[in-house]
Design a protein around this ligand. Structure first.
Ligand code: NAP
Length: 485
């Protein structure tokens, strides 16, 4: 049986694999060919109701499971992901498009959240303190928030899931996962792997669906569901914040970005070009932390553009499973059309493509790695998330201008700063209105660090010591103790 035939394709409801109500299904396609890979069960109202019941019914028992036991399930899941990295990566490439090397890197990154949170599960601590007025004690402890609904996007089909599922398991929360319609296979594979690692029935349900609202709306309308963790667009995030209002569910919002990349004249050119390629081209440019606009000091812009153009034009584009391919297809025809629209808009306003600047012919949704110079300030590509392999370059003349340009956006996820001047690095790093800053690096993603944004990029953090707090409520017990001061 082929990998695709073997891949789980039914709903995973409370530990059981089964067809959706009425046998509903939908097709998942390979964006590298435009062909259907296979059909997957399409969750219906009755399936969602059952998953909500299971999450609510299992919560108390799961919360009472010893932290060590929960941690060991995560540790086993990390081991299984590591052992099966090649297979997980191939499936991801087939449904999402990125190159096999990128998919393997994502599997490692995704698995790392399980290892990290297996270690965090046993470090959920509290506090015993003397009350300020004396005569009493303050006992503070932390408890799972309760059943969660976790909603993930298509661009990192595993990692966006594990950085929610990992802390939820570690904290003792049950959960329903709604993967992106375009990439459900990786998440279903992960469910099978977690079951094999010993996750008790009822703790996790995975419900792919052609209607996100059909899964998410009833969950948020049910007051037993106590948390939403969402990764996706700012537009959808805004709606979901409103939907959480009636039941006041806790929320984590990992939303869109418009990352600036600042290169100062004292930066090391090779480091900056390498950082630019990483920050731009990871995941075909389809990443919330992708550098969206390059602001380069005017004295070094010419050489930076020359070297970036060389690097981008030498990247092999093709089906993600082919040898040596660095850039795979975009996820869909719509996504490619959006890139075409933004590049054409910039070109029509006077920008110039030093490489690329157009979609590629043939099957699949390919766009050529592109560098744009002379991009005018009113070009849409400087304001909107391009989500593709396009690097628009503009110039600045001093530090204040660089910071002003970088912060001139509603988003605030990440910024990249390239300079060898430590004072400047810290000064600029602190002035940037973002949740994360990459200093002389184009890669900030790291399971041991708090990932997240400010402003329209959302709130809440995933990973690091902060990640588990999103799944814990704080409880304070007032102790009246006689005979002590
Ligand atoms: P999206 O359209 O917002 O979709 C994200 C998820 O939300 C999908 O599972 C989607 O389901 C679901 N969804 C869509 N409409 C919904 C609704 N009305 N109610 C409930 N759920 C709904 O985003 P996307 O295009 O998949 O992902 C790209 C976006 O994600 C970009 O803006 C990117 O910056 C952002 N992102 C952010 C981070 C971060 O950590 N900050 C990480 C990765 C991506 P369907 O698949 O059925 O549409």
């Amino acid at each position: 049986m082929s990998l695709i035939e073997r891949a789980p394709h039914q709903l995973f409801v409370a530990g059981q694999w089964r067809d959706a109500a009425q046998g509903s299904r939908f097709g998942v396609q390979d964006p590298g060919t435009g062909q259907q890979l296979r059909e997957v069960s399409d969750a219906q109202d009755a399936d969602v109701a059952e998953a909500i019941e299971a999450a609510a019914a299992t919560q108390e028992e799961w919360a009472a499971t010893p932290p060590r036991e929960r941690g060991e399930i995560l540790r086993r899941a990390w081991q299984l992901m590591t052992d099966r990295a090649d297979e997980l990566a191939r499936l991801m490439t087939l449904e999402m498009g990125k190159s096999l090397a990128e998919s393997k890197a994502e599997v490692t990154y995704a698995a790392e959240f399980f290892r990290w949170f297996s270690e965090e599960a046993v470090r959920i601590d509290g506090r015993y303190a003397r009350s300020a007025a004396g005569g009493g004690r303050v006992l503070v402890s932390k408890h799972p928030v309760g059943p969660c609904i976790l909603v993930t996007p298509w661009n990192f089909p595993l990692a966006m899931g594990t950085r929610k599922i990992g802390p939820a398991i570690a904290a003792g929360c049950t959960m329903i996962v709604k993967p992106a319609q375009l990439t459900p296979l990786s998440m279903l594979n992960l469910a099978a792997l977690l079951a094999e690692a010993g996750l008790p029935e009822g703790v996790l349900s995975v419900l792919p669906s052609t209607s996100a609202g059909r899964v998410v709306n009833p969950a948020l309308a049910d007051r037993r569901i106590r948390k939403l963790s969402f990764t996706g667009s700012t537009e959808v995030g805004r709606k979901l914040v409103e939907q959480c209002a009636p039941n006041l569910q806790r929320m984590s919002m990992e939303l869109g970005g418009n990352a600036p990349f600042l290169m100062f004249p004292d930066a090391d050119l090779d480091t900056a070009v390498q950082g630019a390629v990483t920050a731009k081209m990871r995941n075909n440019g389809e990443s919330c932390v992708a550098a969206n606009r390059f602001h380069v000091h005017s004295s070094v812009a010419g050489e930076f553009v020359r070297q970036l153009t060389d690097a981008m034009s030498s990247m092999k584009v093709g089906h993600g499973t082919e040898d040596g391919v660095r850039v795979g297809p975009l996820i869909s025809a719509e996504q490619r059309d959006k890139v075409v629209e933004l590049v054409d808009d910039a070109l029509s306003r006077g920008a110039r493509a030093t490489t690329g600047g157009k979609p590629l012919d043939g099957d699949g949704f390919f766009y050529a790695p592109t560098v744009l110079t002379d991009v005018p300030p009113d070009a849409r590509i400087l304001r909107e998330e391009v989500f593709g392999p396009v690097a628009p370059v503009t110039t600045f003349d001093d530090e204040d201008e660089a910071v002003r340009l970088a912060n001139d956006t509603e988003f605030g996820l990440v910024a990249y700063v390239f300079t060898r001047d430590l004072d400047r690095a810290i000064r600029v790093g602190e002035r940037l209105a973002t949740g994360m800053v990459g200093l002389n690096t184009g890669l900030v993603s790291n399971a041991s660090a708090p990932f997240g944004g400010v402003k329209a990029s959302g709130f809440g953090r995933e990973g690091g010591a902060e990640g588990i707090e999103e799944y814990l409520d704080v409880k304070y017990l007032a102790l009246s103790v006689s005979g002590i001061s």
